[in-house]
Design a protein around this ligand. Structure first.
Ligand code: HEM
Length: 407
């Protein structure tokens, strides 16, 4: 298969259903492949890492959007993202990220441990209740998508009783990160963004009057004392980024981690009984089924990566999921092996945009999976697990399970 056909196949239902054979077809042409004028695809581990770390290759910001879709300002969802750190390049990025780092600290993450444990426990009570008569329960709907949104709400200081409302709005808004290929989805994202923005504005003024120990209180304080460090639009943009970036991604890692645990009784047993097994298992789930399959960068000037000339203005599609299965980095890469120790997967990105929430995501998944198999020792697949029909952020749509009696 030629490189362009393999790349284009990734946008088809077959490609979205199983993109891995197309990643291999691309790899057959090299680790950084020119697929058409102005578009390159990185599928090698080193090449992906190099692209993410090279300051000449930048994330899409407002200037890049102007080139591909000059009407982006008409979309409130896209506007909000362009004020956040993930859609900002140095030096603006460094300033925003530095400000966020002063509030999104290891202490803030540690503070969430009891919230995570309590949330898991109450969600499992519901799963147990729903599955008591032996009927299948959808672990994605009832657990995996509910946990991260509750945790991120606690982190930010959102109202705890609105968790499913945030989840539904965040699901609609996530479409805005898919490029400009889905106009009805984008209209829905804008409507959700407008609804959420109303809530954010109200929340910011409440936190200003009555600060608590949460992230939004800290950021409001920072904005009020040093607006040049964090503008009001950047404050709102980053609140929205944190809500969406930490939601589906974490839900999908929980879902795939659970599905793989159900595939071999040994994994479930070791997750339940062997603490030393858990971290490696979660890292391997992230390598094998990364929630973020792909990101991209734009060449701000001419650059040569791994011997390939990338001209200024070209787009480099960085396929993290393909880099994670590069046989040059990981032996037998298509085998799931929780015992491997061959370096960090690319699942949380790299360079200046390395995932701000990686420690939190790992904490959630490392806590959730052992508790799942301890609470439901008889848990088994209760139907067909299905992936969502999307490429960029990929994960399970449904995971039906039957749960056994409480241990
Ligand atoms: C950035 C993955 C969870 C917040 C990223 C990037 C990746 C990623 C690949 C880099 C994107 C790029 O360079 O283009 C994941 C995965 C997660 C996860 C797989 C869960 C399993 C979280 C959580 C939060 C979070 C829980 C926060 C609550 C962020 C932020 C950025 C980011 C703010 C942008 C950082 C910057 O631009 O400097 N994430 N993420 N993520 N992530 Fe995560």
């Amino acid at each position: 298969m030629d490189a362009l056909a393999a790349f284009q196949a990734l946008a088809t239902p077959e490609g979205r259903a199983n993109p891995y054979p197309y990643y291999e077809a691309l790899r057959g042409h090299g680790n950084l492949v020119p697929v058409k004028d102005g578009t390159f695809v990185a599928v090698g581990y080193r090449e992906c890492a190099q692209v993410l770390r090279d300051p000449r290759l930048q994330v899409q910001d407002g200037t890049a959007f102007d080139r591909v879709y000059p009407r982006w300002r008409e979309h409130s969802s896209v506007r909000a993202f362009t004020n956040s750190m993930l859609y900002t390049n140095p030096p603006r990025h460094g300033r925003q990220r530095g400000t966020m780092n002063t509030e999104f600290t290891p202490q803030q993450v540690a503070r969430l441990t009891p919230v995570i444990v309590e949330t898991i426990s109450s969600l499992f009570d519901r799963v147990a209740e729903l599955g008591r008569d032996g009927s299948p329960v959808d672990l994605m709907a009832e657990f995996a998508t509910r946990l991260p949104i509750a945790v991120v709400s606690a982190l930010l200081g959102f109202d705890g009783d609105r968790v499913t409302w945030f989840r539904d709005l965040a699901t609609s808004i996530a479409v805005a990160t898919d490029g400009f290929t889905n106009p009805p989805g984008l209209a829905e994202a804008d409507a959700a963004m407008d609804e959420l923005a109303g809530y954010f504005v109200d929340l910011v003024s409440r936190k200003r009057g009555c600060p608590a120990g949460d992230l939004v209180s800290g950021l409001v304080g920072l904005h009020d004392t040093s607006p040049e460090e964090l503008s009001y639009d950047e404050l709102l943009g980053n609140m929205m980024l944190l809500l969406t970036a930490g939601f589906e991604t974490t839900a999908f890692l929980v879902g795939d981690g659970a599905l793989l645990a159900l595939s071999r009784p040994e994994y479930a047993r070791r997750l339940a009984d062997d603490e030393s097994f858990v971290d490696g298992y979660v890292e391997e789930v992230a390598r094998f089924e990364p929630p973020v399959h792909v990101t991209s960068r734009w060449a701000a000037r001419d650059v040569t990566i791994a011997g390939v000339d990338v001209p200024a203005g070209a787009r480099v599609v960085v396929v993290l999921a393909a880099g994670n299965r590069d046989p040059g980095q990981f032996g037998s890469p298509n085998v799931f092996d929780p015992e491997r120790a061959e370096g960090q997967p690319l699942s949380f990105g790299g360079g200046v945009h390395f995932c701000l929430g990686a420690a939190l995501a790992r904490l959630e998944v490392r806590t959730a999976l052992p508790l799942l198999v301890r609470r439901f020792p008889g848990i088994a697949l209760g139907g067909v697990a299905g992936y969502r029909d999307r490429w960029v952020i990929r994960g399970l749509r449904t995971l039906p399970v039957v749960v056994g009696a409480r241990r």
